[in-house]
Every structure is written in C-alpha cells, then in structure tokens.
Design a protein around this ligand. Structure first.
Ligand code: 0O2
Length: 220
C-alpha cells in the first residue's frame, strides 16, 4: 500500500473505535491483496495474448497495460454517493472497479480482437460490457469497458474477484488521460466552451484512429 493510501485509510478509520479499526484495517488489507492477485492474473492473460498475436500479426496489438487499485477515499466517496454503508464486505459486494486494468491497443480493431480472445477464456466470466467506442459518451469519451470475474487460487481457497477492464486505442487514451487531468484540476473552471472543445478533440482523435487504420490496411 502506498503512503498516500495508508494516510487516507488511517484518516478514514480515525473516527471509529480503535480496536474495531485495527480489525477492519487488517480485513481491508487482505481484500486489497486479493485484488492485487486478480490484477496479476488478468495482466498475465493480456501479456500472453499480446505475445501470441505479435507472432500472428508481426506487430504488437497491445501497446501498454496499466493497472491500479482504487484509492480508499474514492471507494468511500462512491459508496456514500450511492447511500451504501461503508464496510469491507460492501466494498467487495458493491464496487466493480476496485481493481482496474487499462489495456492500450494500437488500432481500434485490436481492441475488439483482444477483448474477444480474452472473454473466450473459460475462467473468465463477463458480468457487464459497455461499448463506449460504438456508442461514445456525450462528452466524446471512447473505450470498451468490461467487468469480469477471475479466480485467484489461495493456499486454502479459490476466490472469484471482480475486475474492471478498459480497452482503448492510444488516441482514445491520450484524450481520456488529458480530459481526466483537466476535469479534476481543482483550480480550473470547466466551461461549456471547454466541453465543446474537448468533444471536438475527441472527434479529431477518432478521425486519427480511422486514418491510421487506413494506412495499416495499405501496408498489409
Ligand atoms: P477512475 O479514477 O478512473 O477510477 P461505475 O464505475 O460503473 O459505478 P459508471 O459511470 O457507470 O460508474 O462507469 P463507467 O461509465 O463504466 O466509467 C467508469 C470509469 O471509466 C471511470 O472511473 C473512468 O476511469 C472511465 N471514464 C468514464 N467516463 C469517462 C470520461 O468521460 N472521461 C474519462 N477521462 N474517463 C471516463 P472513475 O471511477 O470515474 O475514475
């Protein structure tokens, strides 16, 4: 656990009974360790697919993979927003994105090829799919979102863990990363002109994906 996360968690627990707090803390740490294991399992699956497809295609369909555990404060905010009581059990039951993996692909077609091959694996169960590439969000956000369960094998048990996977192209990731930075920068007033410009940028990024794909087709 990183120092900032530990500090936030300690802050969260400072208001409750100390004995209980210690108990919650160790339960929470255990759950986070399970999520880290799930991230390792899923990352390996995408790395394996990238190896195989790079032989087939003579190029890497996956450009990079990033992963993160949701910060304790974000978990608390999300549960509170939905009016769900804060507990270790409710984190596991109600949050789908505690473990998050982002798979950045070279071309739009790669997103679907990799997602399809991944979802065919018999230990993966698809809980939810949101195709924001076929149906972009009104602000221009594009990505393919999957919520899946993956088993992790512990010393004495097998546990099914939920993981959120976001697959997108380099251009989609460029837009989403910068949009996220701008949106969450506290000293920036997000005006409707900025919204409109961001939407235009998302369309330019999408056009770039299409043109790069055309070039790829010519190069085959
Ligand atoms: P963070 O910090 O990335 O974790 P749900 O999570 O299912 O309860 P929702 O809104 O239905 O809520 O989920 P959705 O639409 O699948 O989006 C979840 C995540 O997708 C977000 O997580 C972002 O990572 C990403 N995302 C969705 N919309 C946008 C967008 O407009 N811009 C950017 N940059 N990212 C987006 P979090 O928890 O919001 O943030």
């Amino acid at each position: 656990m990183e120092a900032v996360e530990r500090k936030e968690l300690e802050e969260l627990l400072s208001s409750v009974d100390l004995f209980k707090a210690r108990e919650y803390f160790s339960e929470f740490e255990k759950l986070m360790a399970y999520y880290r294991c799930a991230i390792m399992e899923i990352e390996t699956k995408f790395n394996v697919l990238n190896e195989e497809y790079s032989l087939l295609l003579d190029r890497n369909p996956i450009n990079s993979i990033k992963s993160r555990l949701k910060r304790p404060m974000s978990m608390k905010e999300k549960l509170e927003r939905r009016g769900i009581p804060l507990s270790v059990d409710s984190v596991e039951k109600n949050l789908n994105d505690v473990a998050g993996i982002r798979v950045i692909c070279s071309f739009t077609e790669d997103v679907y090829t990799i997602a399809e091959a991944f979802l065919k694996q018999d230990d993966i169960t698809l809980l939810e799919i949101k195709d924001y590439i076929a149906n972009p969000k009104p602000n221009g956000y594009r990505s393919l979102h999957l919520i899946v369960t993956v088993p992790i094998f512990l010393a004495k048990e097998k546990r099914m863990m939920k993981v959120e996977i976001q697959l997108r192209t380099i251009a989609m990731d460029f837009w989403a990363s910068l949009e996220h930075q701008l949106r969450y920068k506290k000293d920036i007033d997000f005006t409707s002109e900025m919204e409109a410009e961001l939407l235009e940028c998302a369309e330019i990024a999408s056009e770039l994906d299409k043109r790069m794909n055309k070039l790829r087709m010519k190069a085959i």
